[in-house]
Write a protein that binds this ligand. Structure first.
Ligand SMILES: NC(=O)c1ccc[n+]([C@@H]2O[C@H](COP(=O)([O-])OP(=O)(O)OC[C@H]3O[C@@H](n4cnc5c(N)ncnc54)[C@H](O)[C@@H]3O)[C@@H](O)[C@H]2O)c1
Length: 353
């Protein structure tokens, strides 16, 4: 079959990537969707069960830091669009294994950009998934896309560094890049190291929600379907060389989040909430909140459609219906280091024709 467009998603087996891949495969049967992922501990092959037999889906198991593999993909696959999501994403781990974060998040982006730029048929769009964390925290200021980048944790620093690389390809070569900076995204299939699945998994195992520190931390939570719609909107209507915040006004204090989840899972009154909370020490420095304005993206016609009530109900139900989803997955091994020189990834041929 001839496909009208070929889209490469890196990190397509991860949380957001798998939702993006499923959406692209189902909405666009005439597009070929290639997922390049090394199946790190944070993803489950089950995330893509629903599309793996589709004729327009191809999986390549490999490392985004491998220049030979990337060169091969771009010289053989005629990639039109790149969504670059592959990354090390767990902020806590970035304090411990910074070199792995630097390697995958910065070097991986450099290798991918270089291969895409050198391709005989140059992609028409290169969309880089960045994060609100590149702005650093703010108590009062709402960040827009022109706000300075002042990342304050190692993960955010690597994402910001990769952003500068991406932008340099626009400045230097007018390579058609677009950057998105999203708030916290949540929904089904997210790894249990992230806050909502962590609380849900603890509660399901009759353990208490661990609240780190005593500071009034809050996060803005965007449902994953809205995040996917934002990517698709940026692809169709975004201007090359631009940055788009992908945010929500739904700001939830972490204590309130824990309380809501405890009530939903344990079905208990407010008076018993404290029985399910445990306070543990925090990192020396934490960002309290990341408020961003998404006005620029809204001008393209995007709006967050899924309310917090609806999104969290759906998410809680999914974790209740799929209690074993993460057990037995490679995540049980804990974070695996990806060090320089470890380019042993194979070009594993697609799982489908
Ligand atoms: N989840 C959020 O709240 C959020 C918010 C803003 C931005 N982002 C960004 O969106 C992207 C996706 O986030 P996510 O939450 O889905 O993360 P995730 O950790 O669930 O997925 C990351 C994916 O990248 C893959 N990967 C890691 N190293 C790789 C390598 N060397 N080669 C190939 N694949 C590799 C992993 O196997 C995994 O499938 C990331 O770039 C992240 O920084 C996430």
């Amino acid at each position: 079959m001839d496909f009208s467009r070929t889209v490469l998603v890196t990190g397509g087996s991860g949380f957001i990537g798998s939702h993006l891949v499923c959406s692209l495969v189902n909405r666009h049967p005439d597009w070929r969707i290639i997922n390049l992922d090394n199946l790190d501990y944070c993803c489950s092959p089950r995330s893509l069960e629903s599309v793996e037999d589709k004729a327009n889906y191809t999986f390549i198991r490999g490392d985004v830091c491998n220049p030979r593999l990337l060169g091969h993909i771009f010289s053989t696959e005629n990639i039109d669009v790149v969504f670059h999501l592959a990354a090390k994403t767990h902020v806590e781990s970035s304090f411990v294994t910074l070199s792995a974060f630097q390697w995958v998040n910065i070097e991986g982006t450099r290798v991918l950009l270089g291969a895409a730029h050198r391709a005989q048929r140059r992609p028409q769009r290169f969309i880089y998934a960045s994060t609100d964390e590149v702005y650093g925290a703010s108590l009062h200021e709402v960040f827009d896309e022109s706000s300075p980048l002042t990342p304050s944790n190692p993960y955010a620093a690597t994402k910001a560094a990769a952003e500068y690389l991406v932008r340099s390809y626009w400045d230097e070569y007018k390579f058609p890049v677009i950057i998105t900076r999203s708030n916290n995204i949540y929904g089904p299939r997210q790894h249990t190291e992230k806050v909502i699945p962590r609380f849900l998994t603890l509660l399901q195992n009759n353990k208490k929600c661990t609240i780190q520190g005593t500071l009034p931390k809050s996060r803005h939570f965007l449902y994953v379907d809205d995040a996917v719609d934002a990517f698709l909107k940026v692809l169709e209507r975004g201007t090359v060389g631009e940055v788009y915040n992908v945010g929500t006004s739904c700001e939830i204090p972490i204590m309130q989040l824990a309380g809501e989840l405890i009530k939903m899972v344990k079905n208990i009154p407010d008076s018993e909430l404290n029985d399910w909370l445990e306070f543990v020490p925090d990192r020396p420095r934490v960002d309290l909140r990341y408020p961003i304005s998404s006005e620029k993206l809204q001008q393209l016609g995007w709006r967050a459609e899924v309310s917090w009530a609806e999104g969290i109900r759906h998410t809680v139900k999914w974790y209740q219906d799929n209690p074993d989803f993460w057990s037995g997955a490679s995540n049980e091994q804990g974070p695996i280091r990806s060090e320089p020189g470890n380019n042993s990834s194979q070009y594993v041929a697609s799982s489908v024709p």
